[in-house]
Design a protein around this ligand. Structure first.
Ligand SMILES: Nc1ncnc2c1ncn2[C@@H]1O[C@H](COP(=O)(O)OP(=O)(O)OP(=O)(O)O)[C@@H](O)[C@H]1O
Ligand SMILES: [Mg+2]
Length: 218
Protein backbone atom coordinates (compact mmCIF):
# COMPACT_ATOMS: atom_id res chain seq x y z
CA UNK A 1 0.00 0.00 0.00
CA UNK A 2 1.13 3.54 -0.71
CA UNK A 3 -0.82 4.96 2.23
CA UNK A 4 -2.55 3.33 5.17
CA UNK A 5 -4.48 5.32 7.75
CA UNK A 6 -6.10 3.69 10.74
CA UNK A 7 -8.74 5.15 13.04
CA UNK A 8 -7.92 8.80 12.46
CA UNK A 9 -9.38 11.33 14.84
CA UNK A 10 -8.75 15.07 14.55
CA UNK A 11 -10.31 17.67 16.81
CA UNK A 12 -9.87 21.37 16.17
CA UNK A 13 -10.25 23.82 19.01
CA UNK A 14 -11.55 27.25 18.25
CA UNK A 15 -12.52 29.72 20.98
CA UNK A 16 -13.40 27.03 23.53
CA UNK A 17 -15.43 25.12 20.97
CA UNK A 18 -14.37 21.71 19.70
CA UNK A 19 -14.83 20.77 16.03
CA UNK A 20 -14.60 17.03 15.41
CA UNK A 21 -13.11 17.17 11.90
CA UNK A 22 -12.26 13.44 11.69
CA UNK A 23 -14.03 10.79 13.72
CA UNK A 24 -12.43 7.39 13.19
CA UNK A 25 -11.42 7.40 9.53
CA UNK A 26 -9.79 4.35 7.94
CA UNK A 27 -8.26 4.86 4.52
CA UNK A 28 -5.82 3.12 2.21
CA UNK A 29 -4.36 3.93 -1.19
CA UNK A 30 -2.85 1.40 -3.60
CA UNK A 31 -0.56 2.13 -6.58
CA UNK A 32 -2.54 3.10 -9.68
CA UNK A 33 -5.67 4.06 -7.77
CA UNK A 34 -7.53 7.30 -8.52
CA UNK A 35 -9.60 8.10 -5.44
CA UNK A 36 -12.16 10.90 -5.44
CA UNK A 37 -12.64 12.18 -1.90
CA UNK A 38 -16.09 13.73 -1.78
CA UNK A 39 -18.41 15.17 0.82
CA UNK A 40 -20.07 18.43 1.86
CA UNK A 41 -18.06 21.48 2.78
CA UNK A 42 -16.69 20.99 6.29
CA UNK A 43 -16.90 17.17 6.17
CA UNK A 44 -13.15 16.80 6.79
CA UNK A 45 -11.62 16.30 3.33
CA UNK A 46 -8.79 18.84 3.66
CA UNK A 47 -8.13 17.75 7.23
CA UNK A 48 -7.76 14.15 6.06
CA UNK A 49 -5.40 15.10 3.21
CA UNK A 50 -3.25 17.13 5.63
CA UNK A 51 -3.02 14.13 7.98
CA UNK A 52 -2.12 11.79 5.08
CA UNK A 53 0.65 14.20 4.02
CA UNK A 54 1.96 14.54 7.58
CA UNK A 55 1.30 18.28 7.47
CA UNK A 56 -1.10 17.83 10.38
CA UNK A 57 -1.10 15.23 13.13
CA UNK A 58 -4.20 13.26 14.00
CA UNK A 59 -5.21 13.37 17.68
CA UNK A 60 -5.80 9.64 17.45
CA UNK A 61 -4.72 7.02 14.96
CA UNK A 62 -1.76 6.75 12.64
CA UNK A 63 -0.79 7.23 9.00
CA UNK A 64 1.86 5.09 7.29
CA UNK A 65 3.28 5.99 3.89
CA UNK A 66 4.94 3.19 1.93
CA UNK A 67 5.30 1.34 5.21
CA UNK A 68 6.82 4.24 7.14
CA UNK A 69 4.92 6.03 9.92
CA UNK A 70 4.53 9.76 9.17
CA UNK A 71 2.24 10.87 12.01
CA UNK A 72 3.97 12.43 15.03
CA UNK A 73 7.45 12.03 13.50
CA UNK A 74 10.21 14.66 13.51
CA UNK A 75 9.90 17.12 10.63
CA UNK A 76 13.09 15.77 8.99
CA UNK A 77 11.53 12.30 8.78
CA UNK A 78 8.26 13.65 7.38
CA UNK A 79 10.09 15.76 4.81
CA UNK A 80 11.96 12.72 3.54
CA UNK A 81 8.72 10.74 3.20
CA UNK A 82 7.06 13.70 1.48
CA UNK A 83 9.66 13.62 -1.31
CA UNK A 84 7.59 10.81 -2.81
CA UNK A 85 4.44 12.94 -2.68
CA UNK A 86 3.01 15.71 -4.81
CA UNK A 87 0.76 18.02 -2.81
CA UNK A 88 -1.73 20.61 -3.80
CA UNK A 89 -3.44 22.30 -0.88
CA UNK A 90 -6.66 24.27 -0.98
CA UNK A 91 -4.83 27.31 0.37
CA UNK A 92 -2.31 27.07 -2.45
CA UNK A 93 1.20 25.69 -2.88
CA UNK A 94 2.84 28.53 -4.79
CA UNK A 95 5.52 30.90 -3.57
CA UNK A 96 4.24 34.37 -4.45
CA UNK A 97 7.59 36.01 -5.24
CA UNK A 98 8.71 33.31 -7.72
CA UNK A 99 7.47 32.98 -11.30
CA UNK A 100 5.44 29.94 -12.33
CA UNK A 101 8.53 28.37 -13.92
CA UNK A 102 10.64 29.07 -10.83
CA UNK A 103 7.94 27.57 -8.59
CA UNK A 104 7.94 24.32 -10.56
CA UNK A 105 11.76 24.22 -10.71
CA UNK A 106 11.86 24.72 -6.96
CA UNK A 107 9.51 21.75 -6.47
CA UNK A 108 11.75 19.61 -8.71
CA UNK A 109 14.86 20.59 -6.78
CA UNK A 110 13.44 18.93 -3.64
CA UNK A 111 14.29 15.58 -5.24
CA UNK A 112 17.60 16.84 -6.60
CA UNK A 113 16.44 17.47 -10.15
CA UNK A 114 16.35 20.57 -12.32
CA UNK A 115 15.10 20.00 -15.82
CA UNK A 116 13.85 23.23 -17.40
CA UNK A 117 12.60 21.57 -20.59
CA UNK A 118 10.50 19.13 -18.52
CA UNK A 119 9.09 22.07 -16.54
CA UNK A 120 8.13 23.89 -19.72
CA UNK A 121 6.52 20.74 -21.10
CA UNK A 122 4.50 20.35 -17.91
CA UNK A 123 3.31 23.96 -18.18
CA UNK A 124 2.43 23.29 -21.81
CA UNK A 125 0.35 20.26 -20.79
CA UNK A 126 -1.43 22.42 -18.21
CA UNK A 127 -2.12 25.07 -20.82
CA UNK A 128 -0.31 27.82 -18.90
CA UNK A 129 2.97 27.97 -20.79
CA UNK A 130 2.06 31.53 -21.83
CA UNK A 131 2.04 32.53 -18.14
CA UNK A 132 5.35 30.82 -17.30
CA UNK A 133 7.05 34.11 -16.45
CA UNK A 134 4.24 35.49 -14.28
CA UNK A 135 4.17 35.46 -10.47
CA UNK A 136 1.17 33.83 -8.72
CA UNK A 137 -0.53 37.06 -7.57
CA UNK A 138 -0.85 38.08 -11.24
CA UNK A 139 -2.60 34.82 -12.25
CA UNK A 140 -6.32 34.17 -12.55
CA UNK A 141 -7.89 31.60 -10.20
CA UNK A 142 -7.87 28.88 -12.87
CA UNK A 143 -4.29 29.66 -13.89
CA UNK A 144 -3.22 29.49 -10.26
CA UNK A 145 -4.87 26.08 -9.88
CA UNK A 146 -3.01 24.77 -12.94
CA UNK A 147 0.32 26.20 -11.77
CA UNK A 148 -0.30 24.55 -8.39
CA UNK A 149 -0.91 21.26 -10.12
CA UNK A 150 2.32 21.61 -12.12
CA UNK A 151 4.15 22.14 -8.81
CA UNK A 152 2.53 19.00 -7.36
CA UNK A 153 3.58 16.93 -10.39
CA UNK A 154 7.06 18.42 -10.75
CA UNK A 155 9.01 15.85 -8.76
CA UNK A 156 7.30 12.87 -10.47
CA UNK A 157 5.77 11.69 -7.18
CA UNK A 158 4.43 8.18 -6.54
CA UNK A 159 1.60 9.67 -4.49
CA UNK A 160 -0.55 12.69 -5.37
CA UNK A 161 -2.72 14.37 -2.73
CA UNK A 162 -4.70 17.12 -4.42
CA UNK A 163 -7.25 19.44 -2.85
CA UNK A 164 -9.71 20.69 -5.49
CA UNK A 165 -7.30 20.31 -8.46
CA UNK A 166 -9.96 21.51 -10.90
CA UNK A 167 -11.21 24.44 -8.87
CA UNK A 168 -12.05 27.44 -11.05
CA UNK A 169 -11.03 25.91 -14.41
CA UNK A 170 -13.11 25.86 -17.61
CA UNK A 171 -14.48 22.67 -19.17
CA UNK A 172 -11.66 22.22 -21.70
CA UNK A 173 -8.95 22.62 -19.07
CA UNK A 174 -10.86 20.32 -16.73
CA UNK A 175 -10.86 17.57 -19.38
CA UNK A 176 -7.13 18.07 -19.98
CA UNK A 177 -6.38 17.83 -16.26
CA UNK A 178 -8.53 14.72 -15.85
CA UNK A 179 -6.72 13.02 -18.77
CA UNK A 180 -3.34 13.94 -17.41
CA UNK A 181 -4.19 12.62 -13.93
CA UNK A 182 -5.57 9.38 -15.37
CA UNK A 183 -2.34 8.89 -17.34
CA UNK A 184 -0.31 9.29 -14.14
CA UNK A 185 -2.48 6.71 -12.39
CA UNK A 186 -2.16 4.32 -15.33
CA UNK A 187 1.60 4.63 -14.83
CA UNK A 188 1.22 3.49 -11.20
CA UNK A 189 0.79 6.75 -9.29
CA UNK A 190 -1.73 6.67 -6.43
CA UNK A 191 -3.97 9.73 -6.38
CA UNK A 192 -6.39 11.17 -3.86
CA UNK A 193 -8.34 14.20 -5.06
CA UNK A 194 -10.69 16.04 -2.72
CA UNK A 195 -13.31 17.52 -4.97
CA UNK A 196 -16.82 18.80 -5.50
CA UNK A 197 -16.38 18.26 -9.26
CA UNK A 198 -18.52 15.45 -10.76
CA UNK A 199 -16.10 15.06 -13.72
CA UNK A 200 -13.31 14.06 -11.34
CA UNK A 201 -15.69 11.75 -9.52
CA UNK A 202 -16.48 10.03 -12.82
CA UNK A 203 -12.81 9.66 -13.74
CA UNK A 204 -11.94 8.10 -10.40
CA UNK A 205 -11.47 4.37 -9.91
CA UNK A 206 -12.98 4.67 -6.42
CA UNK A 207 -14.98 7.25 -4.52
CA UNK A 208 -14.67 7.77 -0.78
CA UNK A 209 -17.46 9.81 0.77
CA UNK A 210 -17.00 11.75 4.00
CA UNK A 211 -19.78 13.17 6.14
CA UNK A 212 -19.19 14.90 9.46
CA UNK A 213 -15.73 13.40 9.77
CA UNK A 214 -16.71 9.82 9.01
CA UNK A 215 -16.38 7.63 5.92
CA UNK A 216 -19.75 6.79 4.41
CA UNK A 217 -20.20 3.14 3.58
CA UNK A 218 -22.53 2.52 0.70
N1 LIG B 1 -7.45 25.08 11.83
C1 LIG B 1 -8.73 24.88 12.14
N2 LIG B 1 -9.24 25.37 13.29
C2 LIG B 1 -10.52 25.15 13.61
N3 LIG B 1 -11.38 24.44 12.88
C3 LIG B 1 -10.93 23.94 11.73
C4 LIG B 1 -9.58 24.13 11.29
N4 LIG B 1 -9.43 23.49 10.09
C5 LIG B 1 -10.62 22.94 9.81
N5 LIG B 1 -11.53 23.20 10.79
C6 LIG B 1 -12.94 22.74 10.81
O1 LIG B 1 -12.93 21.32 10.63
C7 LIG B 1 -14.01 20.91 9.81
C8 LIG B 1 -13.47 20.16 8.60
O2 LIG B 1 -12.79 21.10 7.76
P1 LIG B 1 -12.14 20.71 6.38
O3 LIG B 1 -11.37 21.90 5.92
O4 LIG B 1 -11.40 19.44 6.54
O5 LIG B 1 -13.43 20.47 5.46
P2 LIG B 1 -13.54 20.16 3.90
O6 LIG B 1 -14.32 18.90 3.76
O7 LIG B 1 -12.20 20.23 3.29
O8 LIG B 1 -14.45 21.37 3.38
P3 LIG B 1 -14.43 22.16 1.96
O9 LIG B 1 -15.19 21.30 0.99
O10 LIG B 1 -15.18 23.43 2.28
O11 LIG B 1 -13.02 22.40 1.58
C9 LIG B 1 -14.78 22.18 9.47
O12 LIG B 1 -15.84 22.30 10.37
C10 LIG B 1 -13.76 23.29 9.67
O13 LIG B 1 -14.39 24.51 10.01
MG1 LIG C 1 -11.36 21.50 1.98
Amino acid sequence: MLIEARELYRFHHLGGEEVKALRGVDFSLAPGEFVALVGPSGSGKSTLLDCLAGLDDPDGGMVTVEGRPISRQPEAVRRKIRRGMGLMRQKGNLLPHLTVTENVLEAQSVVGRGDLSEVLQLLEEMGIAHRAGACPPALSGGERARAGLAVALAARPRILLLDEPTGEVDAATEAAIVNLLRARCAAGVGLVAATHNPALGKAASRTVGLAEGKVLHA
